[in-house]
Design a protein around this ligand. Structure first.
Ligand SMILES: N[C@@H](CCC(=O)N[C@@H](CS)C(=O)NCC(=O)O)C(=O)O
Length: 219
């Protein structure tokens, strides 16, 4: 069996790391995690620590040791894609080609966009924060996310965006946490979706680790 090691950043902050963690947990396969403290400016700096695992210098990173070879995959979406490909039994992409193409669009829209949401509603997984005064661009992005989630939930009528859990949900899991932290107002079906995502074992485990970081003095 392949040996997986997922290298992640500080859990309370690392939205990118959370995405493949949700995907990998969904497989049920055993894996180890290596936690790297972000924003570390004294030696060994965050960058120096990450470079030991990947020349790209960013987390998340997935190491797959299989049949004597080690494969390094970096970038959250590339890792989710690789997990989906290696674990077809859990169907991390929808079976239907139309749903699959739409789910891919959702995942990529998240991967490449919503910069103002990321900037103003930063991941603070273990905490609740007051909602800041949102810029117009941020408001528009929040509205777009809520509309996209509502559309998928009413079209596919499942627990998750495309029925069962998919890479689209993994990519949006950090946004669920952001909306929860800042108390973003959402319609009832979206609230119920967020509750289902927050109840995933991956989100609970991530939350416990983030709480420990905060309790240990993370600011
Ligand atoms: N596009 C990348 C972005 C990853 C990224 O920016 N990761 C941040 C942490 S969340 C990082 O590694 N920062 C390195 C640093 O702080 O030195 C992905 O999706 O994995």
């Amino acid at each position: 069996m392949a040996r997986y090691t997922l290298i992640v950043g500080t859990r309370n902050w690392s939205s990118w790391s959370l995405r493949p963690f949700v995907a990998l947990m969904a497989t049920g396969a055993p894996f180890e995690t290596v936690d790297i403290r972000l924003r570390q400016t004294e030696a060994p700096t965050t960058r120096e620590q990450i470079l030991k695992y990947s020349p790209a210098g960013k987390v998340p990173i997935l190491k797959i040791e299989d049949a004597g070879a080690t494969l390094t995959v970096w970038d959250s979406l590339a890792i989710c894609e690789t997990i989906a490909e290696r674990h077809p039994e859990i169907g991390l992409w929808p079976d239907d080609p139309t749903a699959r193409a739409t789910a891919r669009s959702y995942a990529c829209e998240m991967h490449t966009g919503f910069v103002d949401v990321r900037d103003q509603l930063t991941l603070d997984f273990a905490r609740k924060q007051p909602l800041p005064e949102l810029r117009e661009d941020t408001k528009a992005q929040v509205a777009r996310i809520i509309a996209a989630w509502s559309d998928a939930l009413s079209t596919y009528k499942g627990d998750f965006l495309f029925g069962r859990l998919s890479v689209a949900d993994c990519m949006y899991a950090p946004v669920v946490s952001r909306f929860e932290t800042y108390g973003v107002d959402v319609p009832a079906p979206v609230r119920a979706y967020m509750d289902r995502v927050l109840a995933l074992p991956a989100m609970r485990e991530w939350g416990i680790a983030a709480q420990k970081e905060v309790a240990a003095g993370l600011v």
